[in-house]
Design a protein around this ligand. Sequence first.
Ligand code: HEM
Length: 342
Amino acid sequence: MIRGYSGAENLTLEDDIEACIIKLLNLIRYRTIGFGKCFGLLNTDEDPDEYIESIHKGLKVSNIQVALGTCNKGFYKMSMLNNSMVEAREKEFNKQKSSGVVQRADMLTSFMKKGLSGDDLKAENTLQIIAGSDTTAGALRGIMLYVVTNPRVYKTLQAEIDNAVASGKAPRAPDIIKSSQVKELKYLQAILKESMRIFPPINNQLARDTPPGGDTVTIDGQEVYLPGGISIIPAFKSMHRNKSVYGEDADVDVFRPERWLEETERLEAMKNDINLGFGHGRWLCLGKAIALREMGIILFELLRNFDWSLDNPEKPWNHAVLMGLHSISDMWVHVEERAELQ
Ligand code: HEM
């Protein structure tokens, strides 16, 4: 399945992301929205099938049910919608396959080509929606909050964006920047890293149990015995503020993307530290490349096209952590078309 997630067999990935971003920009331009309700369903700016609501309800219900040890029905509506969509795509795929021409080259097609079908295909898709939507949406809201509330960062980023367009390193509007071009924007990339550090999209989750007989692991060259039958949960917020990684004199509680451009010796360790937010080894996030691609392009286009400020800086949003994910609503912003669009 890695070929579907990586884009190797998902040939329309960049175009699909681009199409969604154009819809998002038009939505902001013509209907004026806040970040509280802009994820998905970009055609109508509504949630007619209660799709988003179902995910959020699911997270809330899961939070309680996991604590009580009962089953979870909270995601019902979202997974029913997902199942009917997957069934329709599977029918289409099988029909096209028997005629010898499979027209689409997206992630679902890649999974089906590899033999995933029926309940397995539905389960993979439901997992992907839960794993891929509120993680990335929470991360983006965090990025926007930290950028909008830091005039130095805001100005530096917008200058980098404008320079990239002026020097031909990014296309002129209304064309959308390509992910290969976003990768070259050093300050924007530093912002993505700094946001992962200070506002990790997943918190207090991802427990792993030690084997019943315990285990011995090596940490910083020292052998450490872990007793059996305990759960170990990474605390990203503390790990990402660890002065032994970021420097004894590092201002670890401050949002300062510049640290990623100034550091040399510590840089590798810092990158390894924040990359843990995407899991590690066999648990590595399959959508990491997609998430980074989406976040980079969206951040570029939001700041290239518009100017942003918070409606209520004293209470920028309603925020809760549910099942380790940021559940954010009512992030109301004032958006203005930039006078001299690059
Ligand atoms: C900023 C955004 C994201 C973050 C921080 C993130 C983080 C993670 C983490 C930490 C895991 C490992 C979970 C574990 O150890 O149990 C994971 C797994 C996963 N993620 Fe992401 N993720 C993000 C976006 C996405 C996106 C956009 C997709 C899909 C398009 C996605 C798909 C998945 C899948 C399918 C898994 C399960 C992999 C497996 O089966 O082992 N993620 N993610």
